[in-house]
Design a protein around this ligand. Structure first.
Ligand SMILES: [Zn+2]
Length: 722
């Protein structure tokens, strides 16, 4: 064979090889569906079925029609509640009422942020406002409350209620109580006025806490101007520039962005005062006590001891982390070697890169979206006997052509619900991975059927290209698993009442199922089932997965300690009024629970917008992580694909949504607690005895202004869900 011919042969042969190799990687139907480019058969004669199959929602004007229909049904149900004799039917009627409103409001809540067409977004926004107003009115409807009170005040009837109905009745009553409905006229009016004032203060704080600060250009060295935005003769600073390699840029950003604004400070102090006043008016010791009722922790005292125990447990590791950062700072900038709060995120990144230098693009080819979906499908079918089936959405059913629809099907129980996957990046779409409940599951008395849950998972992944499917970085893959944890919480729940469907559970329990999924996402026995190179079919090497896991441990304790400090601050701000300013409290707690020095003339609390949505529950993520870690270590670490354990997890935890005390679910799952031990006092100790995995803690629901997704319970209907 001549050289030239040989060359030609090789070229031909190589292309043949590549072709053959490409064909080696075959996917299951769900994998193939997510690795293919979206294609839709255009059928002009197909009937528009409306968003999520709701016939009214085929055009923006339909929102008004759906709203009116829901409000009319609501009126009818309110009448029914007034007239029915106290019993289980009272609670059923309340739940149906709640369902009528939530079904429209939750859907509108999603569409108002996600629909690409502004006309749809505006119509949905109007619906949210209209239903929100009705909800407010219902929460202060004395007659309606009375019909529930008649039930709860009758011990004979209460004794006959099943535990789920009893709990849901209590939860409805709790929502009523916060509006002061049980008070006399004067106090009730005061409670309502405080509510209204708080709505304004919350909004003001949310908006202003994200506003940039500015400083005269002349106050900043000229060579640094290029790092910031300029407006006339001012420099605008709208964030902490925490990842900037330049020490001075980080320091300037920290000092200016956190410089206290007197008006905003006044707003925060007034807000905390009003929250305290409202809580005490309706009978609680503090706002924290009110907020924590019904959670896993139950009281602020438990939360504080949990945070203290966590701090003690982490202290050696935190000290080591800070020492590493200090050494690194000395090396990088010998003249300013003291470790400051603005150094922490940057230096932990530097240390991680120095030790493990994880290059996400080396992992991505093994983590195509299709392979990850296939992995989830395999995992769920092994653990629960559940499959994810890709379905073609009907005309008008989805808001963007690239949204995929999954039917979740159990091997014996049949269809469990639907997950709409809005995975791809789109202009104007919030950059936030989150889970939305569109419709809750519930047993319909009217039809005798189970109303199937419907949820949306929103991510911001890159689109597939001509040559390659969407490839995920390890972080994106973990987020996908996390959000699917929420979705499966919704799908596998079979609650009788929609008021407690899936993720509508205690805030400090809501992240347990999703964080648990992160453990699956980093276990090689699970990853090896699906992570294959999209071209060659080669598996992702085990050593690469091990490196990734190790890299997460770097500075993990210090990162967690920072979150503990924020959670402590949130607790103290929501306890009884202190005789000192919010800044003095911050300074003190920073010293005690974090360790890096407070910088004079800064007020980080004015940027802590989570104070609004989480109010006294910012610790939730830490506690959920502690419980998820315990469940993983006790139940799945030996065999993450064990069907028996999967069934038990579904039965004891996922099936109940918010219908069961979270601590009872944890007990049922882990057998950790002695039956007669005081649960409250043993909660933090036991959690801390469980090997707490602080390594990969990060707050996912970081900061989208005024937008608190993911927790079904922190919607604008948060405190009501009626
Ligand atoms: Zn989450």
């Amino acid at each position: 064979m001549s050289a030239c011919r040989r060359m030609l042969y090789l070229v031909k042969h190589r292309s043949l090889l590549t072709h053959v190799r490409r064909n080696l990687t075959t996917w299951s139907p769900v994998g193939a569906a997510f690795n293919a480019r979206p294609h839709r058969k255009l059928d002009l004669f197909q009937k528009n079925v409306g968003l999520f199959g709701v016939p009214e929602l085929s055009c923006p004007a339909g929102f008004q029609v759906a709203t009116e229909k829901a409000l009319k049904n609501t009126e009818h149900l309110v009448e029914k509640a007034y007239s029915s004799s106290p019993g289980v039917q009272t609670v059923q009627c309340f739940d149906q009422l709640s369902d009528e409103l939530c079904k429209v409001a939750d859907l509108a809540d999603f569409i108002k942020v996600a629909h690409p067409d502004p006309a749809f977004r505006e119509a949905a926004e109007k619906t949210c406002i209209e239903i929100g107003t009705v909800v407010e009115k219902l929460n202060t409807n004395v007659e309606l409350c009375k019909s529930l009170k008649n039930l709860l005040d009758n011990p004979d009837i209460v004794a006959q209620l099943d535990p789920d109905t009893r709990r849901v009745a209590d939860l409805f009553m709790f929502d009523f109580e916060i509006s002061g409905i049980h008070l006399d006229d004067t106090l009730r009016k005061e409670a309502v006025a405080l509510h209204v004032k708080l709505l304004d203060l919350n909004n003001e704080f949310l908006v202003r806490s994200h506003m940039p600060n500015r400083i005269a250009r002349s106050a900043i060295p000229e060579h640094l101007h290029l790092h910031f935005a300029t407006e006339g003769s001012f420099i605008q600073i709208g964030g902490l520039h925490a990842d900037s390699p330049n020490d001075l840029v980080r320091e300037i950003a920290y000092r200016i962005y956190l410089y206290p604004n007197a008006e905003l400070m006044g707003c925060l102090e007034e807000l905390l005062k009003c929250r305290y006043k409202l809580a005490t008016l309706v009978g609680y010791e503090s706002y924290g006590h009110r907020a924590l009722k019904g959670t896993m922790a139950k009281t602020p005292e438990t939360v504080m001891s949990f945070l203290q125990l966590l701090t003690d447990k982490l202290s050696d590791r935190t000290a080591k982390d800070f020492k590493m950062m200090r050494d690194m700072k000395k090396k990088l900038s010998p003249r300013h070697s003291e470790l400051m709060p603005w150094d922490h995120p940057y230096l932990s990144g530097v240390l991680r890169a120095e030790r493990y230098n994880i290059e996400p693009s080396l992992y991505s080819p093994y983590l195509s979206l299709g392979s990850c979906m296939e992995g989830l499908n395999n995992l769920f079918s092994q653990l629960y006997g559940v499959s994810l089936m890709s379905e073609q959405p009907r005309a008008g059913e989805v808001w963007s052509e690239d949204v995929r629809k999954l039917a979740v099907v159990h091997e014996t129980e049949g269809l469990l619900g639907y997950i709409y996957c809005d995975f791809f990046h789109r202009q104007d779409k919030p950059h936030q991975d989150c889970h939305f409940t569109i419709r809750g599951g519930r047993q319909c008395q009217e039809t005798g059927q189970y109303q199937l849950p419907v949820v949306v998972l929103m991510l911001s992944l890159p689109h597939p290209t001509k040559g390659a499917p969407t490839l995920l970085t390890p972080g994106m893959m973990e987020n996908l698993f996390h959000e699917m944890g929420h979705a499966m919480h919704s799908m596998l729940g079979r609650t009788r009442y929609q008021h407690v469907t899936g993720t509508r559970c205690a805030t400090d329990f809501a992240e347990v199922p999703s964080i648990l999924m992160e453990y699956f996402a980093t276990d090689y026995r699970v990853i090896s089932q699906f992570a294959r190179h999209y071209e060659t079919g080669q598996p992702l090497p085990e050593s690469m997965v091990a490196r990734l896991c190790e890299s997460k441990k770097v500075c993990g304790a210090a990162d967690t300690q920072l979150q503990i400090f924020y959670a402590v601050l949130d607790q103290i701000y929501h306890s009884k009024p202190q005789n000192r300013s919010t800044t003095e409290i911050l300074k003190d707690m920073q010293q005690k629970f974090y360790g890096l020095p407070y910088t004079p003339n800064t007020a980080w609390q004015l940027r802590f917008s989570h104070l609004i949505g989480y109010g006294a529950k910012y610790y939730s993520y830490l506690m959920s992580r502690a419980v998820a870690s315990m469940v993983w270590k006790q139940c799945f670490i030996e065999d993450p694909l064990n069907r028996e354990m999967g069934e038990r997890y579904r039965r004891e935890m996922l099936a109940h949504g918010g219908a069961k005390e979270p601590m009872l679910m944890v007990e049922g799952m882990s057998n950790l607690f002695a039956t007669n031990t005081d649960r409250i006092s043993c909660l933090p100790t036991n959690i801390c005895k469980a090997p707490f995995c602080a390594n990969s803690l990060r707050f996912r629901h970081s900061s989208y202004p005024g937008f608190l997704p993911d927790y079904g319970v922190v919607s604008p209907l948060a405190s009501c869900h009626i």
